[in-house]
Design a protein around this ligand. Structure first.
Ligand code: PLP
Length: 344
C-alpha cells in the first residue's frame, strides 16, 4: 500500500516513543523513562504541532485571512514550526526573537522563507540565557509589529489552542503508545502549553498520573519554589521564572529543579548513550525523570519529550568540540573555556 503525503504538514505528530534503559542503567535507577522524539517533526521540534493547530483554528474561526502576514514571539522553535506551516499554506511569516536565542534557529527560519524581527537582550542577560525580562521586550515588539502591519499574532503564550494541540494530539498519542501504562509525566515549561495540554489530557485518562513541572535551579516558581533575583540559565525555550496563564495549577503535582550542569551533562549522555541528539530541554526533562526515579517514583514509568534536535545548538557550548583536523583528535570544550563570544 502506498503512502504519499500531500505536504509536510501531514508529517507533523505521531512521533515515536523510545525507552532509555541504557541511560537508566548508567544512573543505576529502577523504573522506566520513555522519551517521545519530537525532533522528528518537519521543523525539528514539538512546536510544529501547535503551529499547525493554532493556524488551522485561526482559519476556521475566520481570524486569519488568505495571504495575511503571521507574526509570533518565539524562542525559535514555534517560529520554525510556523515557518513550516506558513510556507506550505502560503502566508508570509515574521518571527520576533530575542538575539539571545541560538543562531541555528534564526538560520533555519530564514531557510524556511520567514523574516526575522530580532530584539536586543537586556545588558544584564548573556547570550544563550533569555530571561523573562528579555522575553517581555520580544512580546512588545511582536504586538507592535502586528498592530502596525495588520498581521495576525498567533500569541502562543496566551492562545488556548497551544495547549489544546497537545491535549488532543500529544496526550492521546502518549496514552495509546504506552497502552496507558504511565505513572508520571515531566515537562520543562516555556509557554506552558505542552505541560498544560498533556497533563490535562493524561489526567483525564487516569487521574492518578502525576505531573511534574521541570524548572531551572534558580528560576523555580511552581511547587512552592521562589526564583532568585537574576535567574539566568542555559535551557533555551523556557524557564522564565513566571507562572504561565495556560498552566492550570491544579494539574501540577510538583516541580523538579535542574541546574545548568545537570542539564548539560544529561543532554550529552542522552546523545552519547541513547543516540537521542536533543537540545538542552530534552536533557532537563530526562534528568528530572532520573531524579524522580531516585526518589518518590522509584520503580515507576515516567514519560517526557525530547522537544527539539541538538542540531539547533551546534553554536552553543552544548556540543562544542575542539576538533583538530590535522591530528584527527577531538575533545569537548570544558565549560566556559572556549571563546566566550560563541557561547550562546
Ligand atoms: C526546546 C524547547 N523546549 C521546551 C519549550 C517549552 O515548551 P512550552 O512552550 O510548550 O512550555 C520550548 C518552547 O519554546 C522549546 O523551544
Amino acid at each position: 500500500m502506498g503512502d504519499i503525503r500531500k505536504s509536510v504538514l501531514e508529517c507533523i505528530g505521531n512521533t515515536p516513543i523510545v525507552e532509555i534503559s541504557r541511560l537508566c542503567k548508567k544512573y543505576g535507577v529502577e523504573g522506566r523513562i520513555l522519551v517521545k522524539l519530537e525532533m522528528l517533526n518537519p521543523g525539528a521540534s514539538k512546536k510544529d504541532r501547535i503551529a499547525l493547530y493554532m493556524i488551522e483554528e485561526a482559519e476556521r474561526k475566520g481570524l486569519l485571512k488568505p495571504g495575511q502576514t503571521v507574526v509570533e514571539e518565539t524562542s525559535g522553535n514555534t517560529g520554525n514550526g510556523l515557518a513550516v506551516v506558513c510556507a506550505v499554506k502560503g502566508y508570509p511569516f515574521v518571527a520576533a526573537m530575542s538575539k539571545g536565542n541560538s543562531l541555528e534557529r534564526m538560520q533555519m527560519m530564514k531557510g524556511l522563507g520567514a523574516d526575522l524581527l530580532l530584539v536586543d537582550q537586556l545588558p544584564t542577560s548573556p547570550r544563550g540565557s533569555v530571561t523573562g525580562a528579555d522575553l517581555k521586550k520580544v512580546e512588545e515588539a511582536a504586538i507592535e509589529f502586528a498592530e502596525k502591519n495588520g498581521a495576525f499574532l498567533t500569541n502562543q503564550f496566551y492562545n488556548p489552542d497551544n495547549s489544546m494541540a497537545h491535549e488532543k494530539g500529544t496526550a492521546r498519542e502518549i496514552w495509546e503508545q504506552t497502552d496507558g501504562k504511565i505513572d508520571y509525566f515531566v515537562d520543562f515549561v516555556g509557554t506552558g502549553g505542552t505541560y498544560a495540554g498533556i497533563a490535562k489530557g493524561l489526567k483525564a485518562y487516569n487521574k492518578n498520573i502525576k505531573c511534574f513541572v521541570v524548572e531551572p535551579e534558580k528560576g523555580g516558581v511552581y511547587g512552592g519554589h521562589t526564583p532568585s533575583e537574576n535567574p539566568i540559565h542555559v535551557i533555551q525555550g523556557g524557564g522564565y521564572a513566571v507562572k504561565r496563564e495556560l498552566v492550570d495549577e491544579t494539574n501540577v503535582d510538583g516541580s523538579v529543579l535542574i541546574s545548568d550542569q545537570e542539564c548539560t551533562q544529561t543532554t550529552r549522555e542522552l546523545a552519547a548513550v541513547e543516540a537521542i541528539f536533543g537540545g538542552f530541554s530534552a536533557g532537563a526533562n530526562v534528568r528530572a525523570a532520573i531524579k524522580l526515579l531516585q526518589g518518590e517514583a522509584r520503580g515507576k514509568t515516567i514519560v517526557c519529550l525530547a522537544n527539539d534536535t541538538g542540531l539547533k545548538y551546534l553554536s552553543t557550548k552544548l556540543y562544542q568540540y575542539e576538533i583538530n583536523r590535522e591530528s584527527g583528535a577531538s575533545e569537548i570544550i570544558k565549560e566556559g573555556m572556549k571563546n566566550k563570544k560563541n557561547n550562546c
